[in-house]
Design a protein around this ligand. Structure first.
Ligand code: NAP
Length: 246
């Protein structure tokens, strides 16, 4: 495992940050992608280095196919390709459908779904050649159950789930697994931006009685990235304190 490298998109903050740090603890070399949070991404690399791991920052907007090409050539140069891809980057632009702007629909679909397509396509060739690969897509429980005010976000995450299952079927016999995690209510900047009433209403739906932490998600991502998870593919694993149970 020492030789394997992972790319985590949007790894400067939130869930991606925890996933990057935990993967490094497991022995992966980690490419820490960020779009604008350079300081945060450098901090993640420092934390990994302080723990004896190897990480490097890679700037790029994963919603932009040119940037994705640039990210992958930088990762090839620094790490000699990747064995694990964690498609984590994501945004919200909430609003009731009647008032939704086309730009808010399009930007969420591009950032959350097209990015997964661009990065997965770029990562697959090397994984197939190596006959070993792990693709972990961070979806959401709302991609399964929907959420008022988030039609764009829910559509993007439901798209990620369908994409995950299709690509899992295409590459299951090639040693590449493709799975999705569906976090529920996790304490990050994304949920911090919600009004207090919305956060309280969400918490009422969580049987565990607490918000999840980025680490709760990172532990499962690390398991899916491991050799032990080789017979799990095309799955959607909810990390939601019992919120969905479907
Ligand atoms: P967050 O704290 O808002 O962090 C989002 C991260 O995504 C940031 O590092 C950001 O990078 C990056 N990002 C956004 N657009 C990007 C782009 N176009 N290119 C590269 N990086 C980009 O969010 P989070 O809560 O950790 O969410 C991480 C993932 O989990 C997302 O896919 C989200 O939809 C999903 N999720 C979160 C929850 C939750 O409750 N928090 C629940 C379900 C699913 P910069 O700062 O550099 O822009």
């Amino acid at each position: 495992m020492d030789q394997r490298a992972a790319l985590v998109t949007g790894a400067g903050r939130g869930i991606g940050r925890s996933v990057a740090i935990r993967l490094a603890e497991k022995g992966f070399h980690v490419a820490v992608n960020f779009r604008s949070s350079e300081k945060a991404a450098l901090e993640v690399c420092d934390i990994i280095a302080a723990g004896g791991g190897y990480a490097f920052p890679v700037q790029g907007d994963v919603a932009n196919p040119e940037d994705v090409r640039r990210i992958f050539s930088a990762v090839d140069e620094r790490a000699g390709g990747i064995s694990v891809l964690v498609n984590n980057a994501g945004i919200t632009k909430d609003g009731l459908l009647i008032r939704m702007k086309d730009e808010d629909w399009n930007s969420v679909l591009t950032a959350n779904l097209s990015s997964v397509y661009y990065c997965t396509r770029a990562a697959l060739r090397g994984m197939v050649r190596a006959k070993w690969g792990r693709i972990i897509n961070i979806a959401s429980v709302v991609g399964l159950i929907g959420n008022p005010g988030q039609a764009n976000y829910c559509a993007s995450k439901a798209g990620v789930i369908g994409f995950t299952k299709s690509v899992a079927r295409e590459y299951a016999a090639k040693g590449v697994t493709v799975n999705a995690l569906a976090p529920g209510f996790i304490g990050t900047d994304m949920t911090e931006a919600l009004p207090v009433e919305a956060r309280e209403a969400l918490l009422k739906q969580v049987p565990a009685g607490r918000p999840g932490t980025p680490e709760d998600v990172a532990h499962i991502a690390c398991f899916l990235a491991s050799d032990e998870a080789s017979y799990i593919t095309g799955q959607v694993i909810a990390v939601d304190g019992g919120m969905t149970m479907c």
